[in-house]
Ligand binder design. Structure first.
Ligand code: 5GP
Ligand code: MN
Length: 319
């Protein structure tokens, strides 16, 4: 189990390292990327050697984020020396992919997931934070570094990603205040939103196909969409697709299935009331109470059967 640390203890751990590697999670989203990029900039200002890594493709949606070109993709069999590995916005070790094998160093995990497995040596966890980006903003202010516009944009992207532009239940006065401060530092929300919401045509063409798969179970309480293996393309950002089943009247749990390999199905869940982080954990995944994900080692049909059965069970048990 991790040693739980406070913000100030996390700061001290960072202070004592000269050479730091920061890692974002696989299937990188705006929170893990924005939090990592902002911390990297802050640590560089204090004179540290900083490397940022991710063991996955970064969606072109995030190409506009300052510093995004600095990510390195670790190579199998390579070793990267460092004093400290900072794992950002990940609740379990498998979320960092092969970085686990490539970097052997003490781990500081900065995270906000209720499902955190306590895998790191040191864990600064705040499961009341809307996003890891909100925690990072607090940390950077405590570090007394200059929060540049580039860092502010990254932190803003992190926060809005995880609360759906302040519309999910994890939106708090604190995250809105953080966003307000970021606007005072020069962030223009309309420009950020244009970058994030503007999609290549192929995204919308895929969305058209995916909407045709919309299916309901349990009298319309579960709404699902799916991407079969033929249509699955790692380069197409599908993160926003789940909002379609999610906002159908009567749907209490929305699920998106992606057939990433013949016997491997990625799952995203969103819920109004049952705890989907628990369901995700039972399939070795994780997340938040109302937004979680996992990978099921089965084909799409089988994964669907297993997951829908589990959701119905949970709904019955918690009625
Ligand atoms: P999404 O459905 O957008 O991929 O993920 C929703 C939330 O669950 C995010 O906070 C994400 O980090 C977390 N999550 C998604 N998939 C996994 C997984 O396979 N393992 C773990 N530990 N967390 C996940
Ligand atoms: Mn997050």
């Amino acid at each position: 189990m991790s040693k739980k640390v406070t913000l100030h203890e996390a700061l001290n751990i960072l202070k004592n390292a000269k050479n730091v590697i920061l890692v974002s999670h696989v299937s990188p989203d705006g929170d893990t990327l924005g939090s990592t990029l902002a911390l990297a900039e802050g640590l560089k200002q204090t004179g540290k050697k900083v490397t940022i890594m991710v063991d996955d493709v970064i969606s072109s949606t995030y190409s506009f984020m300052p510093g995004i070109g600095e990510y390195i993709h670790p190579q199998k069999g390579q070793h990267y020396d460092t004093d400290l590995l900072v794992v950002v916005d990940s609740s379990s070790l498998d979320r960092i992919g092969i970085v686990e094998e490539c970097v052997k160093a003490p781990i500081l995990n900065i995270d906000h997931h209720v499902s955190n497995t306590g895998f790191a040596d040191y864990l600064w966890l705040d499961d009341t934070a809307t996003a890891t980006g909100q925690m990072m903003f607090t940390l950077l202010k405590e570090m007394q570094v200059d929060i540049t516009l580039a860092m502010a944009i990254c932190l803003y992207v992190a926060i809005i990603t995880d609360c759906g532009n302040f519309k999910y239940s994890n939106t708090t006065a604190a995250s809105m205040r953080a966003a307000a401060e970021l606007l005072e530092l020069g962030v223009e929300p309309n420009l950020v939103s244009d970058f994030i919401e503007m999609k290549p045509r192929k995204n919308i063409e895929l969305l058209c196909k995916v909407l045709n798969t919309l299916t309901f179970f349990d009298d319309g309480r579960i709404g699902i969409i799916e991407i079969n293996q033929e249509d699955y393309n790692k380069d197409i950002d599908t993160d926003s697709f789940i909002s379609y089943p999610r906002y159908v009247e009567g749907v209490e749990v929305a699920v998106m299935f992606k057939a990433v390999e013949p016997e491997k199905t990625r799952v995203s869940m969103r819920t109004r009331w049952i705890d989907v982080s628990k369901i995700a954990l039972s399939f070795n995944g994780g997340g938040h109470i109302k937004a979680a994900g996992c990978t099921i080692e089965a084909n799409l049909t089988e994964a669907k059967k297993q997951l829908v059965t589990k959701i119905i069970e949970e709904m019955r048990a918690n009625k």
